[in-house]
Design a protein around this ligand. Sequence first.
Ligand code: GYE
Length: 295
Amino acid sequence: MVGFSQVGAESDWRTANTESMKSTFTEANGYKLIFDDAQQKQENQLKAVRNFIQQDVDYIVIAPVTETGWDTVLQEAKDAGIPVIIVDRMIDVSDDSLYTAWVGSNFLQEGYDAVAWLGDYLKKNNRSDDDINIVTLQGTIGSSAQIGRTDGVEEKMKDYPKWKMLERQTGEFTQAKGQEVMESFLKTYQDIDVVIAENDNMAFGAIDAIKAAGKTCGPKGDIIIISFDAVAAAFDSMIAGDMNVSVECNPLHGPRVAEIIQKLEKGESVDKIAYVQEGVYPADTAAQEKPKRAY
Ligand code: GYE
């Protein structure tokens, strides 16, 4: 019996992740899955985990909304002798023995990759000497995906003195909030060159806001759109000419978590931390790559 506390259903990435977990932890595969959707609230996750402990599940799997606030409930799981596997985002606990393993993405690297792509792109377009104004739609504040992507961009941006971050604001990883925040950015700033959206869904909202404001974006437009996740709809957006690039974030964690559980069942040791390999998909590769994508 496996209890899985999922973040919510805020994005295409999340839907693909839920699907991967549900299609892996099936009865046919020998599991009973208790799935809980926390609706992007950590307090719901704490309740779910306590519920899993009460039901005496064999494993607790958590995709944490935010990094902090886990010490007490994970100590309760440890006291009950239930191994905890963290997936997708990371947790920040004082005692590492409170979880058995983590598998997910290197979000800092994703931030680095976004900056490297933009540096190359501007160079190719002879804009290396131009002043470049950037705005960022951040993910859920305090989530690893937000922290890593924001910090990765900030760190590497220092190599580009002509780039200026005008403002960062959270769009909570949703399309609706992404659109709303972008509308307000467009009212405040007349000269935005680049939008960094910390996931594809917020980028879709931003693109709608840009078009509604009578501006253009994408490879042939005025505003460069950089995004993260590289879900199927992002490839459609690139093919349509709206988005410039999406930095991949792989959501297909079901089989990875199952492999960890199978090893633990056999008494084998598992890696405490396991990163997934990821790529960068610019618009000019989108048509060719789209058919190969699994999510
Ligand atoms: O990028 C975003 C989702 O934690 C990696 O959460 C995940 C992020 C993903 O809502 O789309």
